[in-house]
Design a protein around this ligand. Structure first.
Ligand SMILES: N[C@@H](CCC(=O)N[C@@H](CS)C(=O)NCC(=O)O)C(=O)O
Length: 215
């Protein structure tokens, strides 16, 4: 049985959705990642960064949210969360997964946790510059969602990329989890709302504290 170590609303959300959709037995094990709580040494043996998520499968231990999600979706195609190897949209799906983890997620971490990215006592320059970059990234994502007619990156096929986008945006109360309806990116709001068309995804989003569709 899979064991997914995670925290509600955190980077464990995407793999959590894939596990739920796969129908495979799994256990979700909550990890307290608050700043003031020291990491459990037993957990540090699984994930030396003390971060979530971590997937344990038999004797193997895997970290990194995007990699775990891609791996699980490929291993369990019945989850219907990713184009198969020979599908024509496979490249597009990989492009967005990489962009979201490598560019969006990294910039979001800089904005939200700026003090960890500078030795200055005032980290506002880091967060301000990340916020500017984030604005540009949201423009790229909003435009990208138009390419195949929306509401998803791949048109009418939901993939992990859509979940990943909303997982990361959910870390910013000004942008994520439906708040994007108040911003300049209506395609992102449409994408968020459309996630709730799948019961398995909706269940995990709601369990993770997402407020439900905006309309
Ligand atoms: N690159 C990692 C980053 C994971 C990550 O930053 N997780 C955050 C929660 S969203 C965390 O565990 N933070 C607690 C900490 O940094 O101690 C991934 O994508 O899995």
């Amino acid at each position: 049985m899979y064991k997914l170590y995670g925290s509600l609303g955190a980077a464990s959300l995407a793999p959590h959705c894939v596990l739920e959709a796969s129908g495979e037995p799994y256990e979700f094990i909550p990890v307290d990642i608050s700043d003031e709580v020291e990491r459990d040494p037993e957990y540090l043996k699984l994930n030396p960064h003390g971060r979530v998520p971590t997937l344990v499968m038999g004797g193997e231990i895997m970290m990194e949210s995007a990699a775990i999600s891609i791996y699980l979706a490929d291993k369990h195609p019945e989850a219907n969360m990713a184009p198969t190897f020979d599908a024509s949209q496979r490249w597009e799906y990989l492009q967005w997964m990489t962009y979201l983890t490598n560019t969006l997620q990294e910039t979001m971490l800089l904005k939200r946790y700026s003090s960890g990215y500078t030795t200055d006592s005032d980290s506002s320059a880091v967060s301000d510059s990340a916020a500017e970059r984030l604005n540009h990234i949201l423009h790229v994502v909003g435009t990208g969602l138009e390419k195949n007619g929306g509401p998803f990156f791949l048109g009418d096929s939901l993939s992990i990329a859509d979940i990943y986008l909303n997982m990361v945006l959910g870390w910013d109360p000004d942008i994520g989890a439906g708040a994007s309806e108040t911003t300049d990116w209506p395609n992102i709001t449409k994408n968020y709302d459309a996630l709730f068309s799948r019961d398995d995804v909706a269940k995990i989003l709601l369990e993770n504290g997402f407020p439900g569709p905006t309309s």
